[in-house]
Design a protein around this ligand. Sequence first.
Ligand code: SF4
Length: 216
Amino acid sequence: MHIAINKVHFPVTTLGFGRRLGIWTQGCSIHCPGCVSRDTWDTEPSHRIALDELLAGCAGWLAQADGVTISGGEPFDQPDALRELLKQLRARCAGDLLVFSGYAQEMLAAQHADILALADVLISDPFVAHAGQTLALRGSDNQRVSLLTPLARERYPADLDRRMWEPQRRLDLMMEGDDVWMAGIPEPGAMAKLREKLRAFGYATTTSDQPVKVRA
Ligand code: SF4
């Protein structure tokens, strides 16, 4: 079994409970206008990796992680690989498994109930730029949080679906060669502001909300 992956990182502190392993899948067919992760859309075969290899590379992190967040890209565009990934993570990690998807909750429940049964938390529905962005853990306020298991209800606030962002938004920033990437959910317009600031310091910058491929 293979899975297309954009990146993997530990620790991620901005996308769920505690210090988490973050896995970003590669490939998204939804193409929400205004998406800040356009670098995750393409489905080139070079992104594919054997699931066993991915899990072996994550073993040390999984032993320490409070949970795993799977984002993308669109994880449910690879349903067989996602199902197997969640099964394997469940066997290797006592923490919660949180999955983001741009598909509607109803579609996921109808077509992928077996996959949802392996997750603790689902954050669903497409990014809609004009819906506003005041609610925690979501890129836009139309998106919905589902706490699917007792572990999720123990760890996450019962009112998480209505909880607002804290006044000071946090992002995890990482450097890889010439690239800087962030985990978390930036405020609307943050990428353009970042480009402007860096331009003022003499750096021409491309960010992942622009319609060009920024990562190999
Ligand atoms: S916001 Fe998510 S679902 Fe929407 S296009 Fe971007 S990666 Fe795909």
